[in-house]
Ligand binder design. Structure first.
Ligand SMILES: CC(C)(COP(=O)(O)OP(=O)(O)OC[C@H]1O[C@@H](n2cnc3c(N)ncnc32)[C@H](O)[C@@H]1OP(=O)(O)O)[C@@H](O)C(=O)NCCC(=O)NCCS
Length: 166
């Protein structure tokens, strides 16, 4: 069946949740320790699908192996901005899936009038930082000691993508 990167659908909620949960439980990449309940994830996916928001999944042999979304802020004056989040299942990394997901998400964001995408990434997450630089993000700052985990502080790098025209 191979790999497909496509917009998330309502029926993907459970698979998306499992993928998110697995990456969150690795405990070093996301700002959450586990996925929210299926009920909350389903409501989130229903909302993004209804509003045609940029949210993509990678499916390999029927399994959700990655996701990427750029969810716009709800305040009217900030609704041209979105915050990017993503992950690829361990074991499926290093095969171009993440890059395909980010590029699809950025392209869709462009079509709905997004003018700026923000993200935060842990300073030691070299794979994610390299991916973001490759896909047009630029680093514009560092939040020192932004994370405290198992007795250690970690910095966060803040990045922006502004290549959306006027
Ligand atoms: C970051 C992540 C999404 C990358 O996805 P991926 O499918 O493995 O990445 P790809 O195979 O598409 O790689 C695309 C580019 O990313 C960079 N990259 C990916 N893995 C890398 C690694 N281990 N070291 C350095 N650069 C890496 C490279 O620039 C690569 O391009 P290249 O192949 O031409 O060198 C994935 O590692 C992941 O899910 N990590 C855990 C969750 C996470 O960090 N989420 C982001 C939180 S901000």
């Amino acid at each position: 069946m191979g790999l497909v990167v496509r917009k998330m659908e309502r029926a993907d909620a459970e698979g998306f949740r499992a993928c998110l949960d697995s990456v969150a439980r690795e405990g070093r990449y996301l700002a959450k320790e586990a996925a929210p309940t299926l009920e909350r994830i389903q409501a989130f996916v229903d909302d993004t699908v209804s509003n045609n928001l940029p949210q993509f999944v990678a499916i390999e042999d029927g399994l959700v192996v990655g996701w990427c979304d750029a969810i716009p802020y709800q305040t009217k004056s900030l609704s041209h901005r979105a915050e990017l989040g993503m992950g690829v299942l361990k074991g499926h990394r290093g095969k171009g899936i993440g890059e395909g997901l980010v590029l699809a998400t950025i392209e869709h964001a462009r079509t709905i009038g997004i003018k700026r995408i923000d993200l935060e990434v842990r300073a030691d997450n070299v794979a994610a930082i390299a991916l973001y630089l490759k896909t047009g993000f630029r680093e514009y700052g560092r939040k020192a000691k932004a994370i405290f985990l198992e007795g250690e502080y970690h910095d966060l790098i803040v990045m922006e993508h502004l290549d959306f025209g006027p």
